[in-house]
Design a protein around this ligand. Structure first.
Ligand code: 2E7
Ligand code: F3S
Length: 319
């Protein structure tokens, strides 16, 4: 006789965080690709994953989008879209030189940081940029200013040791998807070492990042296990997993339900689910359904904020 799984149909409380999933910048970026396909027909090229989610990318690919990493992979006479994470100034410049049709899907909140960087450089300041090396947003923001005008700080240790020429003419900016708590500590360190450092006008960490971190904290406090739906290259999703883990939960990043390992749920009575800003809601529902196949679920949504942010689409696609 086959063994009966003792976990099967044991009750499982599921807390689903809100806000979770798509932010306004992701909504806009995906819509830009869809509208470009409607307006110009396939293929439409996209430089870099429009957002860091395989499911989103595959769906758009099925509609005729072609994803490449560099502009020189785009053939002549086809439109190209720049991803939500932003691009160095050299990219639109190269597109203009080739007389390409391009649409910039950079999140407006990232563009705002780009403009702040330019303004600070015009004031003669050196910028300390708090972010993660190699991330496309960081590459894009560094590409707004002349080489050497900005220094990357990734950790508290970096903040303790970074050397600057003139501490009286210093400012800092940050990536939009950082850990709110880690960034606070880094910024405090910078402020202690460089009392004259100028802060960003508003927060650079975006509303979606901080709302999702607040919400996951609340569920993680009550959960044995937290699942974050997101890709391994998704900065904001990685931060959500870290935040959940720091609250004492066992926290896993999963791209979709198929990644779930049932061993992770051993002994768990309460699990939490959230999703990074680039993860579609269908993947949340898919995970809930997968859990329901083995356990008897009670599902509750835990809401810590209501979001009503929406960004305008580029005129070229709406006229
Ligand atoms: C753009 C920006 O695509 P994502 O996973 O990107 P991150 O930056 O978190 O790796 O999420 C949406 C998004 C977030 N930030 C897009 Cl700058
Ligand atoms: Fe923009 Fe923040 Fe989303 S920077 S793309 S609103 S995660």
């Amino acid at each position: 006789m086959a063994d009966i799984d003792p976990e099967l149909k044991r009750p499982l409380r599921v807390l689903v965080a809100a806000p979770r999933g798509f932010c306004a910048g992701v909504d806009r970026a995906i819509r830009i690709v869809e509208l470009a396909l409607e307006k110009w027909g396939a293929p439409v090229y996209v430089r870099h994953e429009i957002v860091h989610n395989r499911f989103v990318v595959e769906n758009l690919r099925a509609k005729g989008a072609v994803f490449v990493e560099e502009l020189d992979e785009v053939p002549e006479d086809v439109p190209v879209i720049f991803s939500a994470h932003g691009v160095p100034k050299s990219v639109p410049r190269a597109a203009e030189a080739r007389r390409m049709v391009y649409v910039d899907a950079t999140c407006p909140l990232v563009s705002k940081v780009h403009r702040q960087a330019e303004r600070l450089i015009a004031q003669g300041r050196h910028i300390i940029f708090v972010g993660h090396a190699g991330h496309p947003e960081v590459i894009g923001t560094f590409g707004q200013v002349p080489e050497g005008a900005m220094t990357l700080v990734e950790t508290i240790e970096d903040a303790e040791t970074v050397a600057v020429d003139d501490p009286s003419r210093l400012a800092f900016l940050t990536q939009t998807t950082l850990s709110v708590d880690d960034t606070r500590a880094i910024v405090e360190t910078l402020g202690r070492r460089f009392p004259a450092i100028q802060s960003p006008r508003g927060e650079d960490i975006c509303y979606a990042t901080s709302n999702r971190q607040d919400a996951v904290k609340v569920i993680a406090d009550a959960c044995d296990v937290v699942f974050v739906i997101g890709a391994p290259n998704s900065s904001n999703s990685l931060r959500l997993r870290e935040v959940a883990e720091r609250c004492g939960a066992r926290a896993y990043l999963v791209q979709r339900a198929a990644d779930l390992d049932w061993a992770w749920l051993a002994g768990a009575d309460t699990v939490g689910i959230t999703a990074g800003a680039s993860a579609p809601e269908v993947l949340v529902q898919e995970l809930v359904e997968a859990l329901g196949e083995r356990r008897r679920l009670s599902v509750e949504q835990v809401s810590t904020a209501v979001e009503d942010v929406a960004f305008k689409l580029p005129r070229v696609l709406t006229e």
